[in-house]
Design a protein around this ligand. Structure first.
Ligand code: FPP
Ligand code: ZN
Length: 545
């Protein structure tokens, strides 16, 4: 980033929010430069290149990259005051460090087959009796299992009919979906149902030119009900208006239910993916509501009433803002970016490498999504819009340790028989498997957004703001792209380069080994990009409401 962009435009004008952000980022760089004399192997591009020399005797076993001491030794600083929190923290470090191993150990490998089997059992087998408590989370179970399988590269088309049959009876006449059969609509269940339907929307692409029989089959398929067709859009719009709280700008999670950031995020995902009109004040005041949820620490509480900052709410708030406007514009004008970056950075611990949800709490695999998923959004706000093919220009690099998170996930969160868990000694479940895999995929990919032809001039009111253009569809989520090439900043010279986190290299994977590279996903919706495109095509192809 050019240094001139970091100084205020004139001594009399206060700095703009983007200029403020540039100053924060310049300060971060000064700190990084001053520590650039470390001889840590991972910090040198030359050492990074030598991680995976091709091993002709066994192409499936790459030589081990040396693990940085940061992830294999006890922390230098410990809390001197013994409390329940410090005892739990020490116990977690002690158990994680055993799984994280020694510097010379090979980089841990993803047990893809067993995770697939675990997630498929959630869709096709009778669930154990203790899971009766999940009866109000039926739509969620479907989403967690489908999303995890999508990350693992499984083609979900085979589940389409089954998913539609399961979700259809959960929809209520007054709009929205209940968590289980005969249950009142809940906005989070509705969100999960919409995402699950999007996940089974793409059709497998025909590899060959269709013959006449294939054409007939294609026409039959065109006439078929598609997954999103089962949604009553008109009733859904009515439902969303019935949970909107005009006085605050927020959304309730159910009629007469509590109003919090989850309500805003879920409502905005539903509105955006289903292309619903925002007229009559549907998103009026929502941007201000989200902005007021940022706490003194820099993270987000559930509501604007001074709740404790928590990773789950942080993701909901940031992703919601990114549906209301272009990320840089909307975040820098609504948030204290310095505090946000400081709080997010403090969520990643060493040696664990994993992420915690709040101050003085423990790492947990599911925060790989709730906290890890904030980073692509924040980095996009720092980088501004980028053009595909020009990925190396003007970027801040990774503001978090992708390698640390990948190590935590692969070493500490995998259950031996399949499924992912919160931390060692915890049982795997579908929720953690979904969000741990999404987090690993975020660590393996670089998300950026492209300039949208529909982006409004900076002077135009944003959605969710006083004087907004209310009929404007929410489009800013649709210009995101994902790359496997991760731009980074070379120490000492701020020249962006492409750097992979240690992972099974693609050339080895192509030799026949499966590799640990996961499928990328949309950073706001947490489903693959082609599923978002299928929803866009469905909205564009609709006749009438
Ligand atoms: C744990 O609190 C809380 C969670 C594991 C869930 C957090 C996630 C959200 C609020 C996001 C929900 C998103 C949608 C889309 C509905 P805890 O107190 O048990 O754990 P802690 O000790 O780690 O804070
Ligand atoms: Zn968890």
């Amino acid at each position: 980033m050019a240094s001139s962009s970091s100084s205020p435009s004139s001594s009399t004008n206060p700095p703009t929010p983007v200029e403020n952000l540039n100053t924060i980022l310049d300060n971060l760089r000064v700190q990084e430069l001053s520590s650039s004399d470390t001889s840590e192997p991972a910090s040198s591009p030359a050492a990074a290149e030598s991680y995976y020399p091709y091993n002709p005797s066994n192409p499936y076993i790459p030589p081990a990259p040396p693990a940085p001491a940061l992830f294999t030794t006890l922390p230098l600083l410990r809390d001197a005051l013994t409390t329940r929190s410090s005892v739990d923290q020490d116990a977690t470090v002690n158990s994680c460090i055993r799984y994280l191993g020694y510097p010379e150990d090979p980089f841990p490998i993803l047990d893809r087959e067993n995770h697939i089997a675990f997630l498929e059992s959630g869709l096709t087998s009778k669930l154990p009796d203790y899971m009766v408590a999940y009866d109000a989370s039926r739509a969620w179970l479907v989403y967690w299992c489908l999303s995890g399988l999508a990350s693992l590269g499984v083609d979900l088309a085979k589940y389409r009919a089954r998913v539609m049959d399961t979700l259809r009876p959960l929809q209520n006449a007054e709009g929205g979906f209940g968590g289980g059969n005969g249950q009142m609509s809940h906005i989070t269940a509705t969100y999960a149902a919409v995402l699950a339907l999007c996940l089974v929307s793409p059709r497998p692409t025909a590899a060959t030119t269709p013959n006449d029989n294939d054409k007939e089959e294609e026409e039959d398929k065109e006439a078929e009900e598609t997954p999103l067709d089962l949604i009553d859009r008109r009733a859904m719009l009515k439902y969303l208006h019935s949970v909107k709280v005009p006085e605050t700008g927020g959304f309730r999670v159910a009629i007469n239910g509590e109003s919090d950031v989850r309500g805003c995020y879920c409502a905005l995902v539903i509105i955006t993916l289903l292309g619903l009109p925002t007229s009559n004040g549907l998103v009026r005041g929502t941007r201000g509501y989200l902005s007021r949820c940022q706490t003194f620490e820099g993270g987000f509480g559930a509501t604007p009433d001074g709740n404790e900052a928590h990773g789950g709410y942080a993701f909901c708030a940031l992703a919601a803002l990114c549906m209301l406007g272009e990320p840089r514009e909307v975040m820098t004008s609504s948030l204290d970016m310095g505090r946000l970056i400081a709080w997010l950075s403090a969520r990643q611990y060493a040696p664990e490498g994993g992420l915690s949800g709040r101050t003085n709490k423990l790492v947990d695999g599911c925060y790989s999504t709730w906290v890890g998923g904030c980073w692509p959004l924040v980095e996009a706000a720092c980088n501004g819009p980028q053009k595909p093919g020009e990925l190396v220009g003007g970027v801040v690099g990774s503001l978090w340790s992708r390698e640390g998170l990948a190590r935590y996930i692969l070493a500490c969160c995998q259950n031996m028989k399949g499924g992912m868990r919160d931390k060692p000694n915890k049982a795997p479940d579908f929720y953690h498997t979904c969000y741990v895999l999404l987090g690993l995929s975020s660590a393996q990919h670089y998300s950026y957004y492209t300039p949208s032809p529909e982006t409004l001039p900076a002077s135009a009111p944003l959605a969710g703001e006083e004087g907004e253009n209310e009929d404007l569809p929410l489009r800013s989520a649709f210009t995101w792209r994902v790359s496997e090439r991760i731009p980074s900043v070379v120490k000492g010279v701020y020249e962006p380069v492409v750097e992979d986190i240690p992972t099974w290299p693609d050339d080895v994977a192509e030799e026949g080994a499966v590799g640990d590279r996961l499928k990328p996903h949309h950073p706001i919706f947490n489903i693959p990009l082609e599923c978002v495109e299928a929803a866009e095509r469905w909205v564009a192809g609709r006749v009438g409401f």
